[in-house]
Ligand binder design. Structure first.
Ligand SMILES: Cc1ncc(COP(=O)(O)O)c(C=O)c1O
Length: 359
């Protein structure tokens, strides 16, 4: 329940919410969980993640969301003019972080193919070899374009880049086929220059609890030191996250629904003239609109209590990004988009007659 009646499909939250066992944890929270520091070293969530991913505890990082970890990583490794290579058609937050820590941004392209976006290693590797950046950011899936490097492409890149710190942002881990096959421990053992960041915000639907985690290769003792908390982490958040990790069946069911709705959106939006949706491996997708459609939706959707993201970055002119909601929310959003784009021409003749081709 939010403080308004809006359907919030603008910030890549998971609208199904967490497993009910997460709320039970809070209902049964005890006073000491609030007034005492944790005395568990390492914290119990680190132990649980260690077992789940077969990862030594000393390689696991924790943060207030993966945003917190990413900020720390940028501050430690990319500050003071160091070269950071990241996607041009990427998340503006990373570019802001680069500016914040005074990193030198080297941007690699994300290519638009017919129905999806794509990282082209044939372009990225030569640029990498030319620039030799200190840090390379691989956002998989990329926000907002929704594409990933395949595991083979990641390995190809890692073989070429032992001297570079590779940040592999997997905030949307759990929504692709690849994820299930990938063995993060093996990758870190083979490539100790990799830091993987993940989060409880997306797959586990705990964005408001702010808990993220990461896996850092052996090279990153210093990062682990900065990340360790003498007085412990957030005890309540840890307990909630542990309950989520124990509720995999629930999460599998809702992620399957999300994937179905992602396909449904794509099929439906593809039929509307002037509207170009792109396939995505994440829980959001982008859509290119005609300028008039973009403006119309921007005016009209909030009136229908629907929020989607109207991207304002120059890399994405007249794009929106829609986060997957619950099935009924997705249907309402889709119906509203269709309805708005059918608005009949205004009497001054500036309307949108003929904009929409009915299926
Ligand atoms: C690509 C990507 N990485 C990281 C994050 C950070 O998420 P959180 O701080 O909730 O873990 C987000 C949030 O939207 C994201 O889109």
């Amino acid at each position: 329940m939010t403080d308004d009646n809006m359907i919030n499909l603008d910030m890549n939250e998971n609208q199904y919410g967490p497993a009910s066992s997460c709320l039970e944890v809070l209902k049964h929270a005890t006073m000491d969980m609030m007034y005492l520091y944790s005395r568990q070293k390492p914290s119990s969530i680190i132990r649980m993640l260690s077992q789940k991913y077969d990862m030594p505890e000393q390689n696991i990082l924790l943060g207030n969301g993966s945003e917190d970890l990413l900020k720390l990583i940028f501050q430690v490794f990319a500050s003071h003019g160091k070269k950071m290579m990241l996607p041009y058609e990427g998340w503006s937050f990373f570019k802001d972080l680069c500016k914040e820590v005074d990193a030198k941004m080297i941007e690699y392209p994300v290519d638009e193919l017919s129905d999806r976006w794509h990282y082209d290693m044939n372009k990225i590797l030569p640029l990498y070899k030319k620039e030799k950046p200190h840090v390379f950011m691989a956002c998989c899936p990329n926000n907002p374009t929704g594409n990933s490097f395949s595991p083979d492409e990641v390995e190809t890149f890692l073989k070429e880049s032992p001297e570079t710190i590779v940040i592999w942002d997997q905030a949307y881990y759990g929504f692709t086929e690849y994820d299930l096959k990938e063995d993060v421990r093996r990758i870190l053992e083979k490539y100790p220059n990799v830091i993987v960041t993940r989060t409880f915000s997306k797959y586990y639907a705990l964005a408001g609890v702010r808990i993220g985690f990461g896996f850092a290769g052996e090279k990153f003792g210093v990062l682990k030191k900065y990340n360790d908390r003498y007085l412990g982490f957030n005890r309540l958040a840890e307990e909630v996250a542990k309950a989520a990790l124990s509720a995999e069946d629930y999460y599998k069911t809702i992620s399957a629904k999300q994937m179905r709705d992602r396909d449904m959106y794509f099929e439906e939006l593809s039929r509307i003239k002037g509207v170009k949706p792109f396939r995505s491996e994440a829980t959001y997708f982008i859509v290119r609109l005609k300028p008039e459609q973009w403006s119309l939706l921007k005016d009209e959707l909030p009136k229908r209590n629907i929020r989607i993201k109207f991207i304002k970055d120059i890399e994405f002119p007249f794009f929106v990004r829609i986060s997957l909601g619950r099935e009924e929310q997705n249907k309402l959003c889709l119906d509203a988009i269709k309805d708005v784009l059918r608005i009949p021409p205004a009497s001054d003749g500036k309307g949108l007659a003929g904009f929409h081709e009915r299926p």
